[in-house]
Design a protein around this ligand. Structure first.
Ligand code: PGA
Length: 251
């Protein structure tokens, strides 16, 4: 099955209001004619409202980098799926490795966030990935299989059309050292096999699996040519219009 490529830019804690709006304006012009791939940006929370308005009417979707696992109430500092929807956000990242590693988010919390994101009407990108130590000790499949299985616990097949998986080896994020096409291909194939076991082959075949970790204009085409790679989750290279547009328009 041919899956529509999905290119996403995770701004992390970068840019400011002015440069974020300028970037999204440049992207909306730059992707105006691009209908055969999905494009989304993930700005910091405080800029979401304004970025959604700047992107309105274009092919650029806007997502949040995180959400609360609760719907509302006494959760100081948190933001719910409903609040994100309220300002026009359509997508959300769950379980990015920086959330897992720096903020201690485990599989159960990630699962609750997936559930909440879907219940709140969002499209969820669930991120999985192994550390260098885990890869070196041959635990890659064990780790990403566990993150995927636990992350999707209780999610029915009917919700899968609002889920994307991002495979992001931790050792490749922000290091300039991307996974080889063989490494990405192996991991993506493995994840699709796990999905097939959790659901069925048809469901596994239709879900998109993005690769993330030092995706740049000069390596995106080779990664996207790998059969099970259906998109890219881009950090550093999504902060400038020319490099992100070059990635979105890969040939
Ligand atoms: P990078 O980040 O492209 O800067 O490696 C990817 C990510 O963390 O999503």
């Amino acid at each position: 099955m041919k899956r529509k490529p999905f290119l996403a830019g995770n701004w992390k804690m970068n840019l400011d209001r002015k440069s974020g709006v300028e970037l999204v304006r440049a992207l909306r012009d730059g992707v105006a004619g691009v209908g055969d791939r999905d494009v989304a940006v993930f700005p910091p929370f405080v800029y979401l409202d304004e970025i959604v308005r700047a992107a309105a009417g274009s092919n650029v979707r806007v997502g949040a980098q995180n959400l609360c696992d609760e719907k509302n109430g006494a959760f100081t500092g948190e933001v719910s799926a409903e609040m994100l929807r309220d300002v026009g956000v359509t997508h959300v990242l769950v379980g990015h490795s920086e959330r897992r590693q720096l903020y201690g988010e485990g599989d159960e919390l990630c699962n609750r966030k997936v559930v909440r994101g879907l219940a709140g009407g969002l499209h969820v990108i669930l991120c999985v990935g192994e550390t260098l130590e885990e890869r070196d000790s041959n635990r890659t499949e064990h780790v990403i299989g566990r993150q995927l299985t636990k992350g999707l616990a209780g999610i029915d097949a009917g919700s899968l059309e609002r889920i994307t998986i991002a495979y992001e080896p931790v050792w490749a994020i922000g290091t300039g050292r991307n996974a080889t096409t063989a490494q990405a291909g192996e991991a993506h194939r493995y994840l699709r096999g796990v999905l097939s076991g959790l659901y069925d082959e048809r469901a596994a075949d239709s879900i998109r699996i993005q690769y993330g970790g030092s995706v740049k204009p000069d390596n995106v085409a080779a990664l996207m040519a790998v059969p099970d790679v259906d998109g890219a989750l881009v950090g550093g290279a999504s902060l400038k219009a020319d490099s992100f547009l070059a990635i979105v328009r890969y040939k």
